[in-house]
Ligand binder design. Sequence first.
Ligand SMILES: NC(=O)c1ccc[n+]([C@@H]2O[C@H](COP(=O)([O-])OP(=O)(O)OC[C@H]3O[C@@H](n4cnc5c(N)ncnc54)[C@H](O)[C@@H]3O)[C@@H](O)[C@H]2O)c1
Length: 292
Amino acid sequence: MIDMDKWARMAAQHIHLRRDQAPGRLAGKVVLITGAAQGFGKGIAQELYQEGAHILIADLNLPLAEQAAGELGERAQAVQVDVSKEDSVARMVAACVERFQGLDLLISNAGVLRAGSLEEMELADFEFVTSVNYTAFFLCAKYAAPIMKAQFNEDPGWTGDLIQINSKSGLAGSNRNFAYAGGKFGGIGLVQSFAMELAPYGIKVNAICPGNYYDGPLWSDPEKGLFVQYLRAGKVPGARTMEEVRQFYLGKSLIKRGCLPRDVARAVLYAVEQEYETGQAIPVTGGQVMLK
Ligand SMILES: NC(=O)c1ccc[n+]([C@@H]2O[C@H](COP(=O)([O-])OP(=O)(O)OC[C@H]3O[C@@H](n4cnc5c(N)ncnc54)[C@H](O)[C@@H]3O)[C@@H](O)[C@H]2O)c1
């Protein structure tokens, strides 16, 4: 079992020492991003690195995580994690403090998608999606909180953030995609509840709910991406090419393009810099989903 008290003490001891003069809106901040070896997480890591942050790229896929960290530079490090496993999450947080002496922002981004109707969905698939998209955010918060609380106790001027990369499917149901949408809706319940519990310690907790990242591998992978899957499954009536499927989905948002990592990174920066807001679900959907 990992001794989290030891790492909390180390984070507290260093909170006054690790001030950093690098330029940028996150200069000197320590940011841990799960699932950051590719896709949204990797793009967010690139944007936040440019803002001066130290970045821990935590992913199941260690070679790809190391490649992503190598592309960033010396303020980035890779670590392997399975966010659905408690010991692994504890080790990830400890590794962050060991490498960067603290933790200011944890972005719970790793996510998986297995779509299917009630007839098709097996319990094992439902539980797999739930463990990565929902339970993992609880584990991340559980192990980040003692580190962040220790930093706050040492320096009451310090503030920190937990951010879940949620989805527009956390704000509106998703047909034949209930395992994903249900876990994402649940994530917003966790966000609101953690925000209540952690506000006294200077820790804000928010969700960001992006629209579809069509240029990322989840949609555009030529072998197993959603465009090619939907083409083969005939999900878009009349569409005969991947491009026609793509145009159909592009038409769904008011701003006629997909969501990009930089759009999500801007919402992250807003959530971090905005001192007077917590417990929110911030949509970044080009107007496709509007709050009620
Ligand atoms: N792509 C989209 O259109 C879209 C839209 C809205 C929200 N999101 C959300 O954004 C987040 C990132 O999605 P993406 O499209 O970039 O995904 P992706 O599949 O491109 O990347 C996900 C990363 O998470 C890692 N990962 C998977 N399971 C893991 C585990 N158990 N432990 C650690 N790492 C694990 C993978 O190795 C991969 O590097 C997810 O939470 C997803 O639900 C994506």
